[in-house]
Design a protein around this ligand. Structure first.
Ligand code: 0X9
Ligand code: CA
Ligand code: ZN
Length: 438
């Protein structure tokens, strides 16, 4: 395994301020920052720099003396940040990961999902639920007793990586699947849950975006749709069919925007794949993992009005937050997405909730803020982040098994269940147009 970014940071910083550090020469590198707009304009996203983070509109990375000289020759204004980073590292900055490091690429995930299926015949079956614009497969791992049979059991969905740069969101659902399979024979609780349900795991909803984030531009968020105006990408978390495009605050009609909603609801293969999966099974709950903020968000996203089952959504979220805090003490806030964070329309959980009131959550994984690494999780922290989410995932699965949605079928008329692309025009929510998007 490669050295974590944090190690690189500390070593680089130590070299600069003259600490004894065997094997590290002072000319090995500096932590530098460049204004994000200059970084993009100069095409630096394609240069393979060892990226660390983006903060306050600046991109931070490690550069060798030769690279610093090359940047100067390009007339890109570059600030040496090494000493400041050493101070922050001492305060627990977590900016690790490597240029994919212990995180999964799409190929690594495919290999690992196939291994899980092979090692657990009868309990795991791997499904290709869609194909992306760049012809990558979108995979769903189904975990159940008699996994190859459709036994019409209550289903739960755990998805990751709607947003390309949120690498930790791949690992938590993947590790949940691995945990269930490896503990089926060891744990009464796991066995009972797996026997009673279908647990569907889609660790990478946006494989094209993830590969772009790994190989070209670490901060890429959207998919890789070639838009009509020459820009790239649709925000997969603004392309679902409920309240799609209901205003220009919760999503954008500008193709170059990071929250571009696409040309129509479910215009993208990634959202269509999740829709087609969700509509043919009895899904009773779901979590879509994102990062970062340590939040548990529930519908609605498109309006600050309370959802029909707001009290139930909040109670489940509160229980999950308590379970998470009980593991390593991490505090995850919870509330309606539109109120706790900002308005979104066309997001995943509004749509899954709209089908029949399935309790649906966006979990924003650690870190809590940009000062603790933003989209960069230390690869050494992957296990702890999974561990703290495990009881919440088990709880939500048990809840789904115990609570059929037929108890409250009136959230949307049935005809809208049958025709998911049908958009009900919600009333516009009053909100300042300045809400920031991450
Ligand atoms: O903006 C998003 O899609 C999610 N946040 S992220 O930083 N991962 O991009 C939040 C979606 C949750 N819904 C609402 N906040 N309404
Ligand atoms: Ca089964
Ligand atoms: Zn996200």
């Amino acid at each position: 395994m490669r050295a974590t970014k944090l190690t690189v940071l500390v070593l680089a910083a130590a070299a600069v301020i003259g600490l004894a550090c065997p094997g590290w020469a002072s000319d090995d590198g500096q932590v530098v920052s460049i204004a994000a707009k200059d970084f993009v304009a100069a095409g630096l996203g394609r240069k393979g720099f060892d990226l660390l983070m983006e903060k306050n509109g600046r991109v931070f990375f490690v550069a060798s003396p030769g690279e610093i000289a090359a940047l100067a020759a390009l007339r890109v204004s570059t600030v040496i940040e090494t000493a400041r980073f050493l101070q922050q590292a001492g305060q627990g900055l977590s900016a690790g990961g490597g240029i994919n490091g212990a995180f999964h690429s799409t190929l690594e995930l495919e290999t690992d999902l196939r291994t899980l299926e092979r090692d657990h015949p009868g309990l795991a079956s791997l499904h290709e639920i869609g194909e992306t614009l760049e012809k990558r497969k979108i995979y769903a791992l189904k975990i159940s007793d008699n996994a190859s049979l459709d036994e019409h059991e209550p289903a739960v969905l755990f998805a990751g990586c709607h947003h390309a740069r949120e690498w930790i969101s791949v690992e938590v659902p993947y590790l949940f699947g691995k945990y269930l399979l490896e503990n089926y024979d060891l744990s009464q609780e796991v066995r009972a849950l797996v026997d009673a349900s279908e647990i569907w795991i889609v660790p990478i909803a946006n494989p094209d975006g993830l590969e772009y984030s790994i190989h070209v531009y670490r901060y890429w968020r959207k998919n890789r749709r070639a838009n009509a105006d020459g820009t790239y990408g649709v925000d997969i978390n603004r392309n679902y069919g409920y309240a799609w495009g209901s205003d220009n605050v919760g999503s954008s009609g500008q193709p170059g925007s990071d929250v571009y909603r696409g040309t129509g609801p479910f215009s993208e293969p990634e959202t269509a794949a999740i829709r087609n999966l969700f509509l043919v099974h009895d899904f009773r709950a779901m979590i879509s993992f994102h990062s970062f903020a340590q939040d548990i968000l529930f519908p609605w996203g498109y309006t600050t009005d309370a959802a029909p089952t707001d009290a139930e959504l909040g109670a489940i979220a509160g229980t999950m937050a308590g379970l998470i805090a009980g593991v390593h003490g991490s505090v995850y806030s919870y509330g309606e997405g539109s109120r706790l964070l900002y308005l979104t329309n066309g997001d995943t959980v509004d749509w899954t909730y709209s089908i029949a009131g399935a309790p649906s959550y966006t979990i924003e994984l650690p870190p809590v803020d940009i000062d603790h690494g933003g989209f960069f999780n230390d690869e050494a922290a992957i296990g702890a982040i999974f561990e703290e989410n495990l009881p919440a995932m088990l709880y939500l699965t048990r809840y789904a098994v115990d609570h059929p949605l037929s108890l409250r079928p009136r959230i949307l008329p049935l005809r809208e269940r049958a025709e998911p692309a049908l958009v009900r025009k919600p009333k516009l929510a009053a909100r300042p147009a300045s809400a920031p998007h991450r």
